[in-house]
Design a protein around this ligand. Sequence first.
Ligand SMILES: [Mg+2]
Length: 191
Amino acid sequence: MRPYLLLDIDGVLIPFPDPDGSTPATHARHDVVPTGRSADDPVTIWLNPAHGPMLMDVIRTGLVKPVWCTSWRQDATTLVGPLLGLPSLPHVDLPRPKITTSQPNGYLWKRDHVDVWLGDAPAVWIDDDFTNLDHAWAVERTARGAATLLVQPDPRAGLQAEHLADARAWAEQLPATRTGAPVASSGTEAA
Ligand SMILES: [Mg+2]
């Protein structure tokens, strides 16, 4: 089984503005209308057009299974992905907790849901909001055979080429036998 590539959007593809309100010059402005919002009340987002090709370079290797893991939920697939030229990707169906911080219990609020969703699957997870408890969770998962890599961009800079290079290098070095599947000797290993 190939590892999942879990992808956040806010703070990763959409950088946080600097204190003066500016965003990186690499990013272009888009106005989108998230699900449940009125068409005359769009949300302005900033995306780096280079991120689409960068992500596709990793996706095309077939080393990982990309999945949105973001509070944009389905809108990641229908609104944000297409603006970067990305194909329709599945998403983790996260709930909508009433929280005022990303780490209401000292760790990323998505993590309990992701933990269940992943089961024992290996995963590389790119998000800007991990805490030390999340990193400890990743170490613990890896120790029990569910290889886990957390990649944490600076939310003001967002996703960089080095983050995807790290994800790719990690996926490339995963032992094929990690998932317990028999090692294919006939050359017909399932994708
Ligand atoms: Mg985020």
